[in-house]
Write a new protein. Structure first.
Ligand SMILES: *[C@@H]1O[C@H](CO)[C@@H](O)[C@H](O)[C@H]1NC(C)=O
Ligand SMILES: *[C@@H]1O[C@H](CO)[C@@H](O)[C@H](O)[C@H]1NC(C)=O
Ligand SMILES: *[C@@H]1O[C@H](CO)[C@@H](O)[C@H](O)[C@H]1NC(C)=O
Length: 461
């Protein structure tokens, strides 16, 4: 899809230059007629020649960028996405576009995983890989349609790989999901696929599962059995927003060692004030438990491994494990499926990859003071507005992030219509501890936008 259009390149500049140099000569009245004719012909032929010469040297090249504040519009990026470009939004010095060559890919070295990699394994410039798919699953019930659509929108704004959405929803919501996605611009839709599934509890007592925690949440425990053809899957709660390409969290799969089959972030950075360490009446992972709002899974491994547990010494397969586990602990669990996951990984800690807190950033990380070091250094990668903070006024920093992405019109410039207004909104949130951390909330978003533009500009032509 190379569709470089249309910054129209008129020839006025070239011909104006040509005739300009001839004019003083023509004005001379003392000149003999044949001289005049010769010069006029010379100028015309020379101008034309020069013009054709230039035209062939730079076929269909857009003009060099100028720092005059004009907005260059390039109709479609290399992935067929709309791109608008505002020179002032970039700090890199302006260069003529035809000087820009695709950069060579950074060489991938085989090396052991270092601490640095755990903090920031990724975000290298990636070339478009046609066959790489990210599988993203969400379970939406009740009034979560708008929230879910906003999450999905944040997923497609910056991603490079193609995405397949697996949307589990009550039947009544299916037509609304379908029409909402159909209303997205074609250029975004062309890079995603989606499937809608009914809520389906294939074992045990469906009514009992549905009541566990909030409506439908336990559905995600059954994904390894329902999505039999899917190798790996990113599951997120509906109240999650991606502030950088989904591809980046997907790459954690490659950092799994041979026993790891799922990745989650800790429930709390400071165990002493964490919920599990103070109140839980059941086993949980590590010192403070894990939060299941963002969960990366290698389903192939989840389907094949045996899980140690407190009931049967030989271990159980995932599908055999869930119901007995639920029965044993149902009177002790508070947070439903997240508690079951904590019990499972308590007995199988070698199966879990723990990713840093900026990949599942919640009000807990800032409302009593900042306690997520990774987000302070690198910014939030995935925002998780639990406790309903997108819809109440308790944490305005989370609310303005949600509303900005929800309201962003796809066709507009990301900086002008999303980033700069958000920066302004943060001026009104400084009465809260979270609201004072605008850099933490905006840093990855800014980088993702710059990268999105860079990638597309580099690949044009
Ligand atoms: C529910 O999932 C099972 C697989 O676990 C599948 O066999 C069944 O057809 C599904 N039911 C519906 C209604 O989709
Ligand atoms: C998931 O695990 C299976 C089995 O170990 C492996 O073949 C597959 O490549 C893994 N998937 C990813 C995306 O790493
Ligand atoms: C994989 O990493 C986990 C967590 O660090 C660890 O407990 C486990 O032993 C590792 N597995 C292997 C095979 O090294």
């Amino acid at each position: 899809m190379k569709n470089v259009t249309a910054t129209k390149y008129t020839v006025n500049d070239v011909s104006a230059g040509g005739s300009g140099s001839c004019q003083p000569v023509l004005r001379s009245h003392t000149m003999k007629l044949y001289y005049k004719i010769a010069i006029v012909v010379g100028c015309l032929v020379g101008g034309r020649l020069l013009f054709y010469l230039l035209l062939n040297m730079f076929p269909a090249q857009p003009p060099p960028r100028q720092g005059d504040g004009r907005v260059w519009r390039v109709a479609q990026g290399f992935q067929g996405r709309p791109v608008t470009r505002h020179p002032a939004a970039f700090r890199s010095p302006p260069r003529p576009m035809f000087d820009e060559q695709p950069r060579p890919l950074p060489k991938r070295r085989k090396k052991p995983v270092h601490d640095r990699d755990l903090q920031e394994p990724i975000f290298r410039l990636h070339r478009w890989k046609g066959e790489e798919w990210v599988h993203l699953a969400v379970v939406a019930c009740g009034d979560r349609l708008e929230e879910t659509m906003t999450m999905l929108k944040s997923a497609i704004l910056f991603n490079i790989y193609k995405i397949k959405f697996h949307i589990f929803a009550e039947d009544v919501l299916h037509p609304q999901f379908e029409s909402s996605i159909k209303a997205w611009p074609y250029l975004y839709k062309s890079r995603l696929e989606y499937s809608l599934y009914p809520i389906n509890f294939s074992m045990g007592n469906p009514q009992e599962w549905k009541k566990l925690f909030k409506p439908c949440a336990a559905q995600r425990l059954f994904l390894p059995m329902i999505l039999k053809d899917v190798d790996s899957l990113l599951y997120v709660d509906t109240d999650v927003l991606f502030l950088r390409p989904v591809d980046d969290v997907w790459k954690f799969l490659r950092l799994f060692n041979s026993t790891q089959l799922a990745a989650m972030a800790l429930e709390h950075e400071i165990p002493k004030i964490g919920w599990y360490s103070r109140f839980a009446r059941h086993p949980y992972y590590g010192a403070a438990g894990v939060n299941s709002g963002v969960m990366l899974m290698n389903l192939t491994r989840m389907r094949s491994q045996l899980f140690k547990n407190s009931m049967i010494p030989t271990g159980l397969r995932w599908e055999e494990l869930l119901y007995p586990l639920y029965h044993k602990y149902k009177n002790a669990i508070t947070w439903g499926d997240q508690d079951l996951l904590n019990i499972i990984f308590h007995y199988n800690p070698e199966y879990l990859y723990v990713f840093p807190c900026q990949w599942n950033y919640r009000p807990d990380h800032c409302m009593y003071g900042s306690n997520c070091r990774g987000a302070e250094n690198q910014g939030v990668s995935i925002l998780h507005g639990n406790r309903g903070v997108y819809h109440n006024n308790k944490q305005p920093a989370f609310k303005i992030m949600y509303e900005a992405i929800r309201n962003f019109p796809f066709e507009e410039n990301l900086f002008q219509s999303l980033y700069f207004p958000l920066q302004n909104s943060f001026l009104n949130t400084v009465h809260t501890l979270c609201g004072r951390l605008s850099q933490v909330f905006l840093k990855q978003l800014e980088q993702a936008m710059k990268k999105a533009y860079e990638l597309r500009v580099i690949h044009i032509g």
